[in-house]
Each structure stands twice: as C-alpha cells, then as structure tokens.
Design a binder for this molecule. Structure first.
Ligand code: SF4
Length: 88
C-alpha cells in the first residue's frame, strides 16, 4: 500500500472548495479555507495524521485512496494541493 502525503498551501487556497467534491477528507476549516480531516470520509474510517503549521496543512495516509487525493489536487484552480508518495 503506498504511503502518501497531501499538502495544502493555505496561502494559495482561496476557498473555492472544488477539492471537497473530489475527496471528502478535504473539509472547510474554521478560517474558511480548506483543511484535511481523516474522519471526513463517511465511508472509510479515518486513519491519517494531520499537521497544520506555518501556512501548510500536511496529512499522511497509508491507504488506497491516493487517486482521490490526486483528483482533488487536479481540480484545485490555484494548485494549492500537492500529493506525493513517500514510500511503502
Ligand atoms: S480547491 Fe484548492 S483553492 Fe479550492 S478550497 Fe480546495 S485547496 Fe483551496
């Protein structure tokens, strides 16, 4: 199973929320910008870790949903989302 990291550069995020409809782990944060909640997916149990610091939300997952995260990244009009594999 690939281990992967999802980053939101919140300075680049403008709250359009195209990401939310591609991957339900993306949610609206208290600041009106996107953040990541591993429990936001109603189908899968949350199993990722998330940090939010210095204008960057970074989540690490170890599951088969990397394509959902990539779809969210591709839909983001400001390229605020980066998805990269970080190992097995
Ligand atoms: S699609 Fe991009 S700009 Fe829009 S809320 Fe999601 S991360 Fe932010």
């Amino acid at each position: 199973m690939p281990r992967y990291e999802v980053t939101i550069e919140t300075d680049a995020c403008d709250g359009i929320f195209a990401c939310l409809t591609r991957d339900p782990r993306f949610v609206e944060g208290a600041d009106g910008l996107a953040t990541i909640d591993p429990d936001g997916d109603p189908i899968y149990d949350g199993d990722g870790t998330v940090t939010d610091a210095d204008g960057r939300v970074v989540a690490t997952f170890d599951d088969d949903r990397i394509d959902d995260a990539k779809r969210a990244a591709a839909a983001c009009p400001t390229d605020a989302i980066l998805v990269r594999e970080v190992g097995e």
